[in-house]
Design a protein. Structure first.
Length: 394
């Protein structure tokens, strides 16, 4: 009988013999999928073995102060990552669907951590999040996990925690640069990042028009922050005319609190108490959006230009949650720098209507335009569109 150690040694030798230059693109894509599953299973087995070693007293060997420190040293990872892996395994005992998917190598411990966090306070969401994790990026899973946690929490108590957690600290790093970290409650943080993202996009577009070699988006975000701090940046975008958008059901507004099934949240920031929404509304511009729980009811017209009412409705995201825009491509998850795209192009007599417009990131929009051109939907004179350079996104 072949031992696990022998199999592991043979696998290591196979990896060492692997010649990537001799593989075509399709073979490499298949290899990535297999290795990703193996990586998830190895991470699980390693953590389980470390927990077993801990129970046997091995973890204190060689001067390691605790189990997490020992695993971190053995794996070359941080103590925080090792500790989080232990905590996730403990949490999976009460999440059978997630534990099954992890044991099959379909989910990572990082994904399991997000699901278990939500399921610990809202058990009904576990199966939904497991299926989401199989097809969506971790950022999307993290957003949905947070949303499901917040659904069952008292809005006032949650807001009190958010306010109490606000902080800002700065230090000088090895380069001598000023580094910083912090957090703000949604009613302060969301308008701040909305302005920052708008200014970042403006600087990125200006750099692209100039023909300069594009840097990572984070570099332009740093420039945008410095400009805004110095009072130079506009912090406004064509599609982002509002600093913060709050969605509140009318009955909740009148009652001064939201009942189950009613919404009161800041787009991009999650649930908020109705009194906080009313404070934000002191100088606000109000817009009423009528929807039936599935569709927003708004007028359609022909032509490319959007009316303000339609742009406002689109910016809210899909009902009934109305939680802002995300790129329509499955697995993308981008929320910033999005563009409105006509599903049926205007050149093909497609209407500028709510039902015919989707939000797409720049690469997705370029791909969709090229597909429309090849399908003959952009007219006989349509030419291939140069793909806009892409940068790293959050």
């Amino acid at each position: 009988m072949v031992s696990f150690g022998e199999v592991a040694d043979e696998f290591v030798r196979a990896i060492e013999r692997l010649d990537m230059d001799g593989l075509d693109g399709e073979s490499c894509a298949g290899l990535v999928a297999r290795l990703a599953r193996i990586e998830r299973l190895v991470r699980l087995a390693k953590t389980q073995a470390a927990m077993r070693a801990t129970s046997g007293g091995v973890a204190g060997r060689d001067g390691a102060p605790d189990a997490a420190s020992w695993l971190a040293r053995e794996s070359g990872e941080t103590v925080g990552a090792a500790s989080a892996a232990f905590d996730t395994l403990d949490a999976l005992r009460s999440c059978p669907a997630t534990a099954e998917a992890v044991a099959a190598g379909l989910l990572s411990l990082g994904q399991a951590k997000e699901i278990a966090s939500a399921a610990s306070v809202n058990a009904s969401c576990e199966s939904e999040l497991v299926e989401l994790a199989k097809r969506a990026p971790l950022s999307t899973l993290r957003d949905q996990s947070r949303k499901r946690r917040h659904e069952v929490l008292d809005a006032v108590a949650l807001h009190d925690q958010q306010v109490a957690a606000r902080r800002f600290r700065w230090w000088r790093n090895d380069l001598g640069n000023v580094a910083y970290a912090g957090e703000l409650p949604p009613e302060q943080g969301v308008p701040f990042v909305n302005r920052l993202d708008a200014e970042t996009d403006r600087l990125w577009r200006a750099a692209r028009r100039s023909g300069a070699v594009l840097e990572a988006r984070e570099a332009y975000a740093a420039d945008a922050l410095a400009a805004m701090t110095n009072g130079q940046g506009r912090g406004r975008g064509r599609a982002q005319s509002a600093d913060v958008v709050v969605v509140v059901d009318l009955n909740a507004w009148r009652r001064d609190h939201a009942e189950p099934g009613e919404v009161c949240h800041i787009i991009g920031g999650g649930g908020t108490p109705v009194p906080v929404a009313k404070e934000l509304a002191a100088d606000a511009f109000f817009k009423a959006v009528i929807h039936d729980g599935e569709n927003i009811l708004t007028l359609a017209h022909f032509g490319r230009k959007m009316k303000a009412e339609l742009r406002s409705a689109l910016g809210l995201g899909a009902p009934p949650h109305l939680d802002g825009l995300t790129c329509v491509d499955v697995g993308c998850g981008r929320k910033h720098g999005l563009q409105f795209d006509h599903v049926d192009p205007v050149a093909n007599n497609g209407p500028t209507a709510y039902s015919n417009i989707q939000a797409r990131c720049t690469p997705s929009h370029a791909d969709k335009t090229e597909r429309d051109r090849q399908a003959g939907l952009l007219g006989p004179k349509a030419k291939p569109r140069a793909r806009a350079p892409t940068t790293a996104r959050r």
